[in-house]
Design a protein around this ligand. Sequence first.
Ligand SMILES: [Mn+2]
Length: 611
Amino acid sequence: MDKTQETADEKSCMIKEKNNELSIRDSNCLQPITRSNSREKITNLDVIPQVIASCIIHCVVIQVGVNMAYSTVLLNDLKLDNAGMTITENEESWIVGLGENGEPAYLHGKEKIEGEAVLAKKALNVVLSNKISLTRKLPDVRNQLCANLTYDTLLPSVSVIIIFYNEPWSVLLRTVHSVLKGSLPHLLKEIILVDDHSEEEELQEQLDYYLSTRLPTKVKLLRLPSRQGLIRARLHGARNATGDVLVFLDAHCEVIKDWLQPLLQRIKDKKNAVLMPIIDNISEETLEYFHDNEASFFQVGGFTWSGHFTWINIQKHELQSRRSPISPTRSPTMAGGLFAIDKKYFWEIGSYDDKMDGWGGENLEMSFRIWQCGGTLEIIPCSRVGHIFRNFHPYKFPNDKDTHGINTARLAFVWMDEYKRLFLLHRSEFKNNPSLFGDISERVKLRRKLKCKSFRWYLDNIYPEKFIPDEHSMAYGRIRLRNRRLCLDNLQHDEDKPYNLGLYSCHSKLYPSQFFSLSNSGELRRDDSCARVDADNSKVHVPVEMFDCNIEKGGKEWMLTKDSKIVHVETGLCLDGTQVQSEEDVFATACADVPNQFWKFDFYNRKILPK
Ligand SMILES: [Mn+2]
């Protein structure tokens, strides 16, 4: 028998089977191999495999560079069981230095193709993720001013709650390792993983095995016996939490150094402050941790009337009133995936609506509730967490229900008062059919009990910039060519990106795609998209670009003339539909007495009624 291929010393042993041959190799284990019968140490590692066959092996773990407890693993067999083998293989497939410091990572050849296929299917390059160390280092992307901050030595303790459903192995565990490594041990009471009944094989026994062999006991795993959805899974985690503060994290995050202290300090100082870190983007393609932006740049949360979360610029009153760019910054809404809340306050303020199914809407529900019921929602700029944003949901919800729509209807009827009309415009099926979204009486009761303020109050005080299409405008509704049955329409374009404004046959009712307003400040807008014309454009036939109103850009002022032309103020060009057919783009051109420059809104708020 050859000597073992690799040397190993007493304190670092690991048994590995490859090509049916045993080897013992250095892997930084803490404890030596001992013989089961004599408990005596095997100091000479030039032993033949059969000798080790009866060994009890203490601690076959790889030091992952974090402060961990090590469990004793008892192996009756020579082989590590399947789980252990797979885990070891995973660990051995890491490519040293790949993705380190948050740099973009790339695969080559066959793996590249495999990675792209998985990316298309799961919205995440799992093949690549598997090659990157679970404990990679990340750059310190914080604002430099954060270095000057000091925190109390005594801060509340934290339960980090991570729920998951079929999350890719390496992505989930990188999240866990990142929290362990990036948090001060005395602040991190526990990490509670809640498995929302995943089916993936690797998340079954293999995960139990991983926890017991590689992670400290403060990482706990709760398994739900059936699929519960995000909201009830998080509630389950919260009920089992023993820390003072709950931090909810998605299962695809990595934290930046010292992320916890600023959150905990703020909650210590203000119990009803619900906090978000700055959420950085980790690429789903290359796992790059994006940090090119100015460290002082970040956005806060808004919403659309269709009930979706959006990012908006920090509000003007907030920019003026906060002391520094790293002060807590108020946000009208939260994205939902990542936030910290005092545990007592979480329950007092009504935790979650446990009748919400699946995913979606719970973040806006919580946002409105917190503000309307006396709390605050803030972003803490010195706390930063990276999150993998995926382009689409890689999995479905039971029965394929539109849980986002149903959940949002629930929150609209509980929290939005008369403004739910704007949501119902998008989702008219809920208008006269409350049975579609279930019983909301408990939540209505909660609102009464907590003596929460109105949605109007929320709009006036917390989100005064929020555009209310039928209130903040001179005219609104469908905008129709006077001489034809054609209306301005977004032509179902993705409004996250600029697009050209078009025409489409007028719908019989007011649908969101044709709901435009001429705002009091002269914006021609569809919800949060504003129409602009490039003033530099010397052409006479200019497309009308729709773009995010929150982006500072010129050329977006329009006016309505007495004879009902829509004139672009800066260029003096008129909105024109001459020879434009349904599904084609309108344009701006020199004003003239042509029939296709006269428009009619459904409703006019001011007495500028065109003839
Ligand atoms: Mn997420």
